[in-house]
Design a protein around this ligand. Structure first.
Ligand SMILES: [Zn+2]
Ligand SMILES: [Zn+2]
Length: 435
């Protein structure tokens, strides 16, 4: 059997040999951006690529997801290399689809390219490894197109608004021991944690009346929404700094006409925090504020909890494997970013199994903005393809020893507690103070 370092040299050579095909793949995905749960072209391309490697491919998982397993033929850990399929609605982006406005303004096309590049390289050395590598393309990371998702949920096609929780629900990750993903970025780093969040739609209902003639006959739903926001704002200093609480949102309905006392007002709020418990505590505060506002005006409030991402917990042992390979590849340093206030549904996965959510360099501009583009394709695509495959070699060579060690690490949640938590944030309640 060849040593891990020999295999990694073969990986680097295999990716280098296929450089022009990998760049062509990146270009094709970049120029066909698709929104969450509608990534048909990207999914078909990924499935074709994996079939070309002789793999059996499962498609249509959670509508557009794809999975193909590459077997070594020896027992051992089963690790997943993941890529996210979806783009974002950023119509002003240079590479936006003119019809849908979708653009790869979060660089997920690079993730898909790295995953498929890694698959090409690993197919050359898989017979020298133990266990297996599952290549998984996951839909809808971005928690976008809420209305579209709600439609899919109400017609029974989905349970959640994101791809990874849907995969967890369908049992697609049940046999996976660890997950690897590299996200587009400005530098090689890895966060220690990400905030989780719960999305809330809050509907206040009052009573319409003529605003000039007889406003005293009305119950002002917009006033309830304003007071609810004031009460939430005035409680910000009660949140522990360590919990990284962020509560932000929009007034999505403020009434129908200026001369009518608003009978309906709606808020959409995102409640974020660093741990599942902290998200729950912050949600309780928000719920008390909106109920308090409805009570003060004698109105009605309905709270729809529309789910969200779980907080992400990094796995130091997997980060160490990635850091070592980055150093071996080009002398790069993997810096520890600390905590990130944003969120990802990789958080859900990281509560259940060891997960790597690293970043690569090669992009400039602000993520989710029109100027987020690839400036160094070598760093954005080629280095990542090599690194993911090298990480897989580290985990699955030498009898799969490192992979087994990481697979045995304790996880934050089991599936039962995970779903209990998800249910908590997929619920609705109404309070009527109008009687
Ligand atoms: Zn994003
Ligand atoms: Zn992203």
């Amino acid at each position: 059997m060849k040593s891990a370092s020999e295999l990694k040299k073969e990986i680097i050579a295999a990716v280098d040999e296929q450089r022009s095909e990998i760049f062509a793949l990146a270009d094709k995905i970049l120029h066909n951006p698709e929104l969450g749960f509608r990534e048909e072209k990207t999914a078909a391309l990924a499935a074709d690529e994996l079939r070309k490697l002789g793999l059996e491919v499962k498609t249509g998982i959670a509508l557009t997801g794809v999975r193909a397993d590459m077997e070594s033929g020896r027992p051992g850990p089963r690790i997943a290399i993941m890529g996210e399929l979806d783009a974002l609605p950023v119509p002003s982006h240079a590479f936006a689809d003119p019809e849908t406005g979708a653009a790869h303004a979060c660089g997920h096309h690079a993730q898909m390219t790295m995953m498929l590049g890694a698959a090409r390289a690993l197919s050359k050395v898989i017979k020298e490894l133990w266990g297996a590598v599952a290549f998984i393309a996951v839909p809808a990371e971005e928690f976008q197109s809420l209305e579209y998702c709600r439609l899919l949920i109400s017609s029974g096609k989905l349970t959640y608004c994101c791809g990874k929780p849907e995969f967890i629900k369908l049992g697609i990750l049940d046999d996976i021991d660890a997950v690897l993903l590299i996200h587009a970025g400005h530098d090689t780093f890895t966060p220690e944690s990400f905030n989780g969040f719960c999305m809330k739609q809050i509907i206040f209902e009052g009573k319409a009346a003529h605003s000039g003639l007889r406003p005293w006959d009305g119950i002002n739903a917009a006033s309830m929404a304003r007071q609810a926001l004031n009460m939430i704002d005035s409680q910000r200093d009660t949140f522990d700094d360590k919990e990284s609480v962020r509560i932000h949102g929009i007034i999505s309905d403020g009434g129908s006409a200026v001369n009518v006392v608003p009978a309906r007002a709606e808020l959409e709020l995102q409640v974020r925090a660093k741990t599942p418990e902290a998200v729950k505590r912050a949600c309780d505060v928000v719920d008390r504020c909106v109920k308090g506002a409805a009570m003060a005006y004698g109105g009605k409030v309905t709270i729809h909890n529309l789910g969200g991402d779980m907080p992400y917990k990094s796995c130091p042992e997997l980060n160490a494997v990635h850091a070592e390979n980055l150093k071996e590849l080009n002398g790069g340093i993997l810096t520890n970013f600390g905590h990130r206030g944003s969120s990802t549904d990789m958080g859900d996965v990281s509560q259940l199994m060891p997960a790597l959510h690293a970043y690569c360099a090669g992009f400039s501009g602000s993520p989710h903005a029109k100027d987020f583009v690839v400036t160094d394709p070598e760093k954005a695509y080629i280095d990542g393809a090599k690194l993911l495959a090298m990480d897989a070699v580290s985990l699955l060579s030498n009898n799969g020893a490192k992979g087994k060690e990481i697979a045995a690490l304790p996880c934050a949640m089991d599936k039962e507690s995970y779903f209990k938590y998800k249910d908590l944030f997929s619920s609705s309640e109404s309070c009527d103070y109008s009687e």
